[in-house]
Design a protein around this ligand. Structure first.
Ligand code: CA
Length: 231
């Protein structure tokens, strides 16, 4: 039997904290909670959690400062819990080394998916060469994309964007990191070229591009691809 993974929840909202705690326990995780950043930092060293859930609005330490402190000493995945209106904060937290964020209010299923993804990315496993979700299949060795068994023809750039997202499926990729990875750091065009390419990708792989099933927009932050079902 494998030992249960430890999750540390640093959150001062009591209702939210007990909801998260109950959901995690039900799903087989061991949970420790604390309402303050200072005790959170102490618990990180005493518990060595597998994942940390971090609220940015804490009573004693600013969540972003706490994240910086955490990152200076460890690579434990941090999922930031944030409010819907805090796009700039989400981007800042990702820049400071958070692995992902989850927006309040969130459901158990979404929370579990984020945690699974973070655990997977923190593991030592080799990058996955195959992506499969619903009716979309990508073979990164053969460089092929199939939708419902039919070959999808993408341009070189569209393919690069799609496979970058697939390699990080389940996690948000900020616009800037995608721009950087595909066009390099000197392309300055306010993400317009990325939006144009994404519109083309969606036309080719989504049944209804306005309600995507594969690549979701995280408004003001970036894109998130549906979790890979096979690895
Ligand atoms: Ca709070």
């Amino acid at each position: 039997m494998t030992t249960a993974k430890n999750i540390l929840v640093i959150e001062d909202d009591e209702n939210l904290s007990s909801y998260v705690s109950a959901s995690l326990t039900k799903n087989g995780y061991r949970v420790a909670t604390t309402p303050t950043g200072r005790s959170g930092l102490r618990m990180v060293s005493s518990l060595s959690p597998s994942v940390i859930l971090l609220d940015l609005g804490l009573p004693d330490i600013d969540g972003c400062d706490l994240l910086t402190q955490l990152r200076s000493g460890s690579r434990i995945p941090v999922i930031v819990i944030s409010a819907r209106t805090e796009e700039k904060e989400k981007v800042k937290a990702l820049d400071l080394g958070a692995d992902d964020y989850i927006t309040k209010p969130f459901g158990t299923e979404e929370l579990m998916a984020r945690i699974r993804t973070s655990l997977r990315h923190s593991g030592e496993c080799a990058p996955c060469r195959f992506y499969k979700a619903l009716n979309l299949a990508i073979d990164m060795e053969k460089r092929t994309v199939h939708l419902e068994g039919e070959r999808v023809h993408l341009t070189q750039i569209e393919y690069q964007i799609l496979t970058l997202l697939a390699a990080h499926s389940g996690r948000v990729l900020p616009y800037d990191s995608i721009m950087n990875a595909i066009w390099g750091p000197y392309m300055v065009d306010n993400n317009r070229i990325l939006r144009v390419n994404m519109a083309n990708i969606r036309r080719k792989i989504e049944k209804n591009p306005a309600h995507p099933e594969y690549v979701f927009t995280e408004i003001g932050v970036g894109y998130r691809m549906r979790e890979n079902e096979i690895c």
